[in-house]
Ligand binder design. Structure first.
Ligand SMILES: *Cc1c(COP(=O)(O)O)cnc(C)c1O
Length: 392
């Protein structure tokens, strides 16, 4: 006996659910890549990415997922043998660092933990120890999609600045851009990167990089530059140089539509929507946790990300299978160190109250059906929170 006929809901942290308008925007003939319309599409997106990253710096569009975009960022500012400092807080900054190591970069890690955010004071101490300024860049992630942690990028930027150390500050905003505040220039970020398929509500396949003037100065002598990713090539005046070849026209139509929708909602409203829905999820999880079988991965409430909640649980597979097979809700599995020990509820991008409350309702249904001990009334707590916060 199942209740899954109807629209399936993908509640994983990327690729995320896309608006119908975004899907429809791709259902058309391509543009002549030499036409004015194509040039305007490119320039409009480059401009609006600057707004999303909150930077006056240059922006770049790559045909790549997040991993490819990591490489785009690294190749443009580093040389073989350079040293970088990776701020551990889960899986993703570490993954970015592993890519760097494979490219011949020496990686120093600031040990972190999967259950908490990066400590800015520790970043400051690590940089102060590097009196010879051998560290060329500091890598961090705003929201680690594996652990669910939110790192205070502004505070880390201040800590770096306080040392006077010249290392570039490079930030991964794949799981946060367009969902919560990101202030590249104000926070002292030199290189920021993101991708299309999470908060930006577009199919996987586009990667975005933004570069400060300082990063572009360092770029001039970077030894790892490659023809496709190279900023200098892309800064050329010809339109084809902006894409190092044929533009990914349909993905750009999709991204255009999605950004139009974000701007129509208003970024501050988008951020508030994410905050409200994330808190609703946390209210439910907090109640369920009273049963002792599950709990938050991130210990400190203020360090929990507004785009994904990672829930620790001894054996989450039966619950995930129940939600998928009986109800058509697909939750994220635990990855990396949390493989088989956690599940993830995504609340990023094209999500609203019925999607989130429906997802929470299904999880609670699964806990009940499987006899997993849990505090009663998680969904009620989420509903009450939203009812008190979203006024008539
Ligand atoms: C998803 C994700 C990535 C990797 O993106 P892919 O498109 O899967 O390569 C990198 N960083 C963060 C924070 C992510 O959430």
């Amino acid at each position: 006996m199942v209740v899954r006929a109807g629209r399936e809901f993908l509640a994983i942290p990327g690729p995320t659910t896309m608006p119908d308008e975004v899907l429809r925007a791709m259902h058309r003939a391509p543009l002549d890549i030499y036409s004015d319309a194509m040039v305007q599409l490119t320039h409009g997106l480059l401009r609006d990415l600057g707004t999303l990253f909150a930077t006056k710096g240059k922006t770049y569009i790559y045909i790549a997922n997040g991993h490819g975009t990591w490489e785009a960022a690294l190749t443009n500012v580093l040389s073989r043998g350079d040293r970088i400092l990776v701020l551990e807080s889960g899986r993703f900054a570490v993954g970015w660092g592993s890519a760097a190591r494979a490219m011949g970069i020496e990686v120093q890690s600031l040990k972190g933990s999967w259950d908490r955010a990066i400590r800015p004071a520790e970043v400051e101490a690590a940089l102060r120890q590097d009196t010879g300024h051998t560290i060329k860049a500091v890598l961090a992630v705003q929201i680690d999609t594996a652990s669910g942690v939110y790192n205070d990028i502004e505070a880390i930027g201040k800590a770096i600045k306080a040392t006077g150390h010249p290392a570039l500050f490079m930030v991964d905003a794949v799981a946060s851009l367009g969902c919560m505040p990101f202030e590249m220039d104000a926070w002292g970020i030199d290189v920021a990167m993101s991708a299309s398929q999470k908060g930006l509500m577009t199919p996987p396949g586009l990667g975005y990089v933004a570069a400060s003037d300082r990063a572009r100065a360092v770029h001039i002598s970077a030894g790892l530059r490659t023809p496709y990713f190279d900023w200098t090539e892309r800064d050329g005046n010809e339109h084809y140089q902006k894409h190092s070849g044929t533009a990914p026209v349909h993905l750009m139509f999709a991204q255009r539509q999605a950004i139009d929708m974000l701007f129509a909602e208003g970024l501050d409203s988008t951020f508030r929507r994410h905050r409200l829905l994330a808190e609703a999820v946390r209210r439910a999880v907090a109640v369920w946790a009273e049963g002792g079988a599950l709990g938050f991965n991130i210990v400190a409430p203020q360090e929990r990300g507004d785009t994904v909640t990672t829930v620790r649980m001894a054996d989450p597979a039966p619950l995930l299978a129940y939600c998928r097979d009986n109800c058509g809700v697909i939750l994220g599995v635990g990855i990396g160190d949390l493989h088989g020990k956690a599940f993830r509820i995504a609340h990023m991008g094209h999500v609203n109250a019925p999607m989130i409350l429906g997802t929470l309702g299904v999880i609670e249904m699964g806990l009940q059906a499987l006899g997993i001990p849990h505090g009663k009334g998680g969904v009620t707590a989420a509903v009450n929170y939203l009812g008190d916060s979203v006024k008539a």
